[in-house]
Design a protein around this ligand. Sequence first.
Ligand SMILES: Cc1ncc(COP(=O)(O)O)c(C=O)c1O
Length: 487
Amino acid sequence: MSEYSVSKYHDTSMIYEKLNKLMTLPIYGISKSGMDRYLNHFDKECKKSKEIISEAKKFIPGGVQHNLAFNLPFPIVMEKADGAYLWDADGNQYIDFLKAGGPIMLGNNYAPVREKVNEVINECGPVTGLFHEYEMKLAKEINRHLPSVEMFRMLGSGTESAMAAIRVARLASKKKKIIKMGGAYHGWSDQMVYGLHIPGTKGFEAHGIPGSCRKHTQEIYPNDIDTLKKNLSRNRLKGGTAAVIVEPMGPESGTRPLDKDYNEQVKELCEDYDVLLIFDEVVTFGRIVLSGAQGYFGIKPDLTVFGKVVAGGYPGAGGLGGRRDLMEHLAAGIEGGKKRAYVGGTLSASPLSCTAGYYTIKEIERTNACKKAGQAADRLTKGLGELIDTRELPYVAYNQGAICHLETVGAMFVKISYLKIRSVLKEIKARTHAMEEMGAAYMAEGIVTLAGSRMYTSLADTDEVIDDALVKFESVFDNIETREIFN
Ligand SMILES: Cc1ncc(COP(=O)(O)O)c(C=O)c1O
């Protein structure tokens, strides 16, 4: 048994009250003089990063390959990772709260998993394309923790796994419509780049994707159960809904938190309308607890999407699991005459990813990593709350177990109005820039965050690490000044 990282469910209405207030105020961003000092720091202390990135720009679009990399003033090149820390090419040390975007639960470069992976690689290399025993061991281990996952198929990424979930749901239900929450991220497939980041934005970010690809995707506002019901009713008259897919802690890893009974209500509606429920547990599996958010809420979805922790930070981090009758639509191997949901991947379920996933789960359980990472996040949130209160800042800090949110500028909370689209776009731009500056300031003080507004914790985040991080956050908060959005 592994214990939850969540010690107490957040007060959702209080968080929204604070977020709504934040959005009525000017931006509390980094002052001009503070930003000049931070930019000067990067110029002086991160010379090698600057040099490598300017060369990389000649060969790599934008000079960087990860959407989560900070571009202000330039991406920092990392050379070493260990435990709670990262070190850049110039030797600067950082507290790592990015955790590679979530898969790192045991700390960076965790030796017991690495050693097992090395043993397997030494024996058979990273991939053979044929079955390896660890595939079975991993599937069994996942089933042990998540009883809803009667069967499991490993895939290359969370994106692929969400695609597979939708394909299976459509094949099994013979219906087409997929309902997601506005703001939620389920990877970058043609059908899921819809309503990203901000609810109501529909195809806003779907550049290069024909509208027909998202013809059967719908978004509903988080916590709005009535609209979900309306969509399900309306769809019933037009061919029906194949599935509702949710991030069970809220869109964008809980950036928009959910009422505690929301998932239960969604499950009930899915049953009433005979629609499949897909939980996207890419972030929550192994971070909330090893039984995922579904274990925490006590809900059995029909299908579960995996990523990140499922391969412990090693490549090939994806998978789909669920009810046997649904999963059997994925039967693989060279065999004719079957109507199956086509999925694949040359490097999916490699010995490397399966060994890494299997031992990561074992080690999370042995070390009680979820609970410890949750305690670290509780300490961080409490400390941030105190800093915010003492300085009378309008910022909002809360955590959902080992997922910590620090909303300072509300870039994802801009209200979408198509009638005032120019000013909406201007506001998004101003807030996003302020968020980038915030992220750069944290980085200059020695903290890596996710997009300047999220922190993932792990087993490696001891009280000392968190207290040190709080001192660094305090230094950033010493540089705040207000600025109007539209000037
Ligand atoms: C909830 C959720 N689903 C799906 C994905 C996509 O996973 P991947 O990046 O492995 O394609 C992510 C990635 O961040 C995610 O957070």
